[in-house]
Design a protein around this ligand. Structure first.
Ligand code: GDD
Ligand code: MG
Length: 341
């Protein structure tokens, strides 16, 4: 089966970290999101994945390559962003017209069993779209779904304010039959959620499959990105539980000098260096970043290939953009956004 990951857009809700790094390369407990997603898709019989991209496309191509985690990776590059439906139309020839394919929003981390939605789709000839659903406390940020007892979707409302309490929403994971491609308007930006799904629902061509009991995250916003790292860190085997207060993760090739302290809920990607006297707590540090001596980092996210000069302090909620250098002695208070220094 073919898979397509929607990985375009500007990821504005992950700025400034997303200015230099595509969302698909953000580390999830030290592992790039693309690898987490490919490992999830593979057991469902996906052999080839199309990445629908625009912003930072060259970078993705270079860093992700054409073969990854045993899957073939193809690129469908949009000169201009085409929304969530337009990219499917653009990739039509790559997707083919013979069999259903899997589409996933490029910011979903979940253990929902993709084989089950594939099967639910195969079992029902009268359906053109099977979408995974999850229950969330506040559906207004998502695509709210109303279903009948046979799991047919009767109504699809993207980002509706007209809702009170929890609800079952689109999880951003679909099996689509090729017929759906013919229903995507033929030019410009198309929102599949606003322009295609409501019609499919009205025509009785869409069903839902609810994911219960496992985990599901949309990591497209900073607080959710922090949460997925924290919660998966707690469950991961690769973490160090030696600390009393909570787990930590240190990636391959990272060097922690002897008197540096890596406190609870710190996640360091590969090849991070932390020099003596520095303290890191409750923070995420992307790959190849250098923390010089006597820095204090708490509750922060530091991008890739950053150099924090001696004695730099980062307060809770701080975000440091990738590939910058912060001079020695600088202090940043709560919720600072550091783009250059
Ligand atoms: N190729 C391409 N081109 N991809 C895009 C574009 C574009 O122009 N715009 C957005 N995307 C990608 C994003 O990178 C993301 O992976 C995916 O499409 C969905 O866009 P988001 O911006 O993350 O949407 P959302 O999270 O607000 O809502 C969507 O996901 C929810 C589940 O998390 C909708 O599908 C909701 O219905 C759903 O509930
Ligand atoms: Mg999203």
């Amino acid at each position: 089966m073919k898979g397509l990951i929607l990985a375009g857009g500007f990821a504005t809700r992950l700025r400034p970290l997303s200015c230099s790094k595509p969302k698909l390369l953000f580390p999830i407990v030290g592992v790039p999101l693309i690898d987490v997603m490919l490992d999830w898709m593979k057991p469902a019989g996906v052999t080839e994945v199309i990445l629908a991209v625009n912003h930072l496309a060259d970078r993705m191509r270079k860093e992700i390559g054409e073969k990854r985690r045993g899957l073939d990776v193809l690129y469908s590059i949009e000169p201009e962003p085409l929304g969530t439906g337009g990219p499917l139309r653009l990739a039509k020839n790559l997707l083919g017209s013979d069999e259903p394919f899997l589409v996933i929003n490029g910011d979903i981390v979940s253990n929902l069993d993709l084989r089950k939605i594939v099967k639910a789709h195969e079992d029902n000839d009268h359906i053109e779209a099977t979408i995974a659903l999850v229950e969330v406390p506040d559906p207004s940020h998502y695509g709210l779904v109303r279903m009948d007892k046979d799991r047919r979707i009767k109504q699809f409302d993207e980002k509706t304010k007209n809702v009170d309490g929890s609800g079952v929403v689109n999880a951003g994971v679909y099996i689509l039959s090729p017929e759906v491609l013919e229903k995507i308007p033929s030019s410009g930006m198309v929102s599949i959620e606003r322009q295609v799904f409501p019609k499919l629902a009205k025509d009785n061509l869409m069903q839902g499959w609810e994911h219960r009991g496992g985990y599901w995250y949309d990591v497209g916003k900073i607080p959710d990105y922090v949460r997925v790292n924290r919660e998966l860190l707690e469950q991961s085997d690769a973490t160090n539980r030696a600390g009393k207060e909570g787990p930590t993760y240190v990636g391959r090739g990272s060097v922690i000098e002897q008197s540096a302290q890596i406190g609870a809920y710190s996640i360091l990607s590969d090849k991070v260096t932390v020099k003596s006297g520095s303290r890191i707590r409750d923070s995420i540090v992307f790959e190849e970043t250098l923390v010089e001596e006597k820095c204090q980092i708490e509750g922060a996210i530091v991008g890739e290939r950053v150099r924090l000069g001696t004695g730099v302090r980062l307060g809770p909620g701080s975000l440091v953009a990738g590939e910058i250098s912060i001079p020695a002695g600088r202090t940043f208070g709560e919720n600072s956004v550091v783009l250059n220094a």
